[in-house]
Design a binder for this molecule. Structure first.
Ligand SMILES: Nc1ncnc2c1ncn2[C@@H]1O[C@H](COP(=O)(O)OP(=O)(O)OP(=O)(O)O)[C@@H](O)[C@H]1O
Ligand SMILES: Cc1ncc(COP(=O)(O)O)c(N)n1
Length: 269
């Protein structure tokens, strides 16, 4: 009997999206598509669909710590990704857990959903700044999250640099500012304060973009788990999310999801 070699292992610490487009569901789909073994620590459950978030319930800190220890102490991880953390208590616990883990951490500081529903308590922002961001190998804020965390309002590509410098002050090794909400090309800026990489992709005129941020951050974690450098992992992840956005499809009456399986082919036997 032969045993296959285990693929790289990636852990997502995030909330559940019942609609399957964002959160833990988007993360695990991305991980499957990119050939790694995906694992999850659930932080919260949302009742969510294409129209918005109808309800959200966070898990006790003890349940989050226990899931994390179960995975890391036995199976082990080559990269961790964090998403919705809901409260200051959960942000602080997760910051401590990832700081004590010998693996790169991609921190997506999720603040609000695409529809404007809050996914993080306002009282947690300080813990994100002082505890979570310093533990990040790469932080991936969108423009609303940058404004919330730093006060910098990005209105043009030139402002991306100012925003990146402000986030780096909090201590992540790298920051990827996502300019997806600007007009024109979808331009993101990656920097560690020394090197700078501008990632530019054509904007797809597709409203079905639910889950873009989760998908991008998970794809970066997959690249890091494979041993890629941060710039290499981010360039590959940007290509993956751009393809997923181009293939995003209508579902429900509102904003549909990106297609995580766009590169896999659809001829499943
Ligand atoms: N219409 C689009 N066409 C191409 N790329 C896009 C489009 N919208 C966003 N992107 C890209 O998708 C990635 C995620 O960026 P975005 O700003 O959408 O993240 P987010 O705000 O966290 O996600 P969400 O808006 O779903 O919460 C970035 O690389 C961004 O440039
Ligand atoms: C549980 C959960 N986590 C995160 C998001 C943000 O999604 P996005 O990937 O679109 O930024 C979401 N809508 N729901």
């Amino acid at each position: 009997m032969s045993t296959s070699a285990a693929p790289p292992r990636v852990l997502t610490v995030a909330g559940s999206d019942s609609g399957g487009g964002a959160g833990v569901q988007a993360d695990l789909k991305t991980m499957l598509a990119l050939g790694v073994h995906g694992m999850s620590v659930l932080t919260a459950v949302t009742a969510q669909n294409s129209l918005g978030v109808q309800g959200a319930w966070e898990l006790p800190v003890e349940a989050v710590r226990a899931q994390y220890r179960s995975v890391v102490d036995d199976i082990g991880v080559q990269a961790v990704k964090t998403g919705m953390l809901a409260s200051a208590e959960l942000v602080e616990a997760v910051a401590e857990l990832i700081s004590g883990t010998d693996a790169p951490a991609v921190v997506d500081p999720v603040g609000v959903s695409k529809h404007g529903d809050p996914l993080l308590a306002a009282s947690a922002l300080d813990s994100v700044r002082t505890q979570l961001l310093p533990a990040a190998t790469v932080a991936t804020p969108n423009l609303d999250e940058v404004a919330q965390l730093t006060g910098v309002r990005v209105q043009s590509e030139d402002d991306l640099r100012r925003a990146a410098a402000a986030v780096l002050e909090f201590g992540p090794r790298w920051v990827l500012i996502k300019g997806g909400h600007l007009a024109g090309d979808a331009v993101d800026l990656l920097t560690d304060g020394t090197e700078e990489h501008v990632l530019r992709a054509p904007r797809h005129d597709n409203r079905h973009t639910h889950g873009t941020g989760c998908t991008l951050a998970s794809a970066i974690a997959c690249g890091l788990a494979r041993g890629r450098s941060v710039p290499e992992a981010v360039v590959a992840a940007k290509q993956y999310v751009t393809g997923a956005i181009a293939a995003g499809f209508a579902l429900g009456a509102g904003i549909g999801p990106v297609d995580h399986g766009w590169a896999l082919g659809r001829d499943v036997p």
